[in-house]
Design a protein around this ligand. Structure first.
Ligand code: ADP
Ligand code: MG
Length: 388
């Protein structure tokens, strides 16, 4: 009996050791796969026409001519234009991204493609997922979805669910995680705490700790979460706070960026490894080009703030890709807030959401051009913020 117990004990220890080694290998390989795919990726998502948008006409009559060549990466828009001689000629606008999702793609299908990035945040990397596009193109639907409809819940609740499930599995391999959630809004270049008590006058300052590489925002609510339900409540509270803003300032949500920040710190009791990753999910302000000529006062200030912060985002990505010595993070609050999650140590995914409506054709082309610019950028190999 004694001998048998000894043998079993040894076998148990050996298989535990093997499991831990396998987990380290999995992390390494997972990261290599993502690096091969590129640390900056762009997905295009076309939303369907809503029943309220057809006004009794057929769907075809209200939509742009959008073709999807037999390749999941391409999208071609065509517009008929009239020449000086009065002839109608088609003008063709082809685009290619890392992936194109047609209007029938489900939230589940889309999540499949981003779940690897969520895993990376657990493995100790910083990840940013942006939704870019004009107001009404499906950014909030993609990020938050319809909360009470299981099929239609968005990327944020799906990511949270996956993190809880995966962290449970990692427990067997010695990992224990602490998770903290934060939800901020950036409006007119000022930060607001969406989990606070709704006090709009509170001032918040973004701070980076140069030694730890950690970012904090003063006087904001950070909630430690232990269950997916707690995160669900947190998201609900943020939504309510955003809605309050919306009535105070007509459609504020389309003119502000909202940033959900999920910090994951893990410690392995067997190997004594630690890792810290952050998952940032960002619903950007509407990208429609608002004319500055007619706007005055608050509206002009808002317009300028949005234009500036969106162009600053693409400048930062381009500077990182070109390995420029100076990256202009400080030029906008959004890039300053995300400084440690953009660049060398991180992975970025941008959804460019587009509307299929013919009325939105020009904005759609603008969004696709912006996304093409981002797609051309390739950020150097990401390093893991792990201390071994
Ligand atoms: P945005 O946040 O970019 O302003 P929304 O996410 O609010 O746009 O989307 C506008 C409308 O279109 C909403 O009514 C939303 O429910 C609907 N919608 C967006 N994307 C989809 C989709 N993929 N499937 C079904 N409905 C969608
Ligand atoms: Mg929205």
């Amino acid at each position: 009996m004694k001998h048998e117990i000894e043998v079993l004990k040894e076998q148990y220890t050996a298989s535990n050791r093997k499991r831990v080694q396998e987990e380290s290998l999995r992390r390494k390989m997972h990261n290599e796969i993502l690096e091969l795919k590129g640390n900056i990726r762009v997905f295009c998502r076309v939303r369907p026409v809503l029943t309220t948008e057809t006004n009794g006409k057929s769907t075809k009559d209200v939509t742009s001519d959008i073709q999807y060549p037999d390749d999941e990466r391409k999208i071609i828009l065509t517009q008929q234009s009239t020449t000086a001689l009065g002839n109608t000629v088609p003008k063709i606008y082809p685009f290619a991204f890392d992936k194109v999702f047609q209007d029938n793609a489900s939230q589940g299908e889309i999540f499949e493609d981003i779940s690897q990035l969520v895993q990376s945040a657990l493995d100790g990397y910083n990840v940013c997922i942006f939704a870019y596009g004009q107001t009404g193109s499906g950014k909030t639907y993609t990020m938050e979805g319809i909360p009470d409809d299981k099929e239609k819940i968005g990327m944020i609740p799906r990511a949270v669910k996956q993190i809880f499930l995966a962290s449970k599995e990692l427990e067997e391999k010695g990992w224990k995680y602490e998770m903290e959630g934060q939800y901020l809004e950036i409006y007119n270049e000022t930060v607001r705490d969406l989990l606070g008590n709704g006090d709009l006058s509170k001032k918040h300052e973004i701070k980076h700790n140069l030694h730890t590489g950690k970012t904090s925002v003063t006087d904001t609510t950070v909630i430690k979460v232990h269950t997916p339900e707690q995160v669900h409540n947190l998201l609900k509270k943020a939504q309510q706070n955003r809605a309050v803003g919306a009535t105070l300032c007509n459609e504020r949500s389309s003119r502000s960026h909202s940033v959900f920040i999920f910090k994951l710190s893990g410690i392995n009791s067997i190997t004594e490894d630690t890792c810290e990753g952050t998952l940032n999910l960002i619903d950007l302000a509407g990208s429609e080009r608002l004319s500055q000529s007619g706007a005055t006062g608050d509206r002009l200030k808002e317009t300028q703030a949005i234009n500036k912060s969106l162009s600053c985002l693409s400048d930062v990505i381009a500077a990182l890709a070109n390995k420029e010595p100076h990256v202009p993070y400080r030029n906008s609050k959004l890039t300053y807030l995300l400084q440690n999650s953009l660049g060398g140590n991180s992975k970025t995914l941008m959804f460019v959401n587009i509307s299929p409506l013919a009325n939105n054709f020009q904005e759609t082309i603008c969004s696709l051009r912006f996304a093409t610019k981002v797609n051309k950028c390739q950020i150097g190999t990401a390093k893991r913020s792990i201390k071994i």
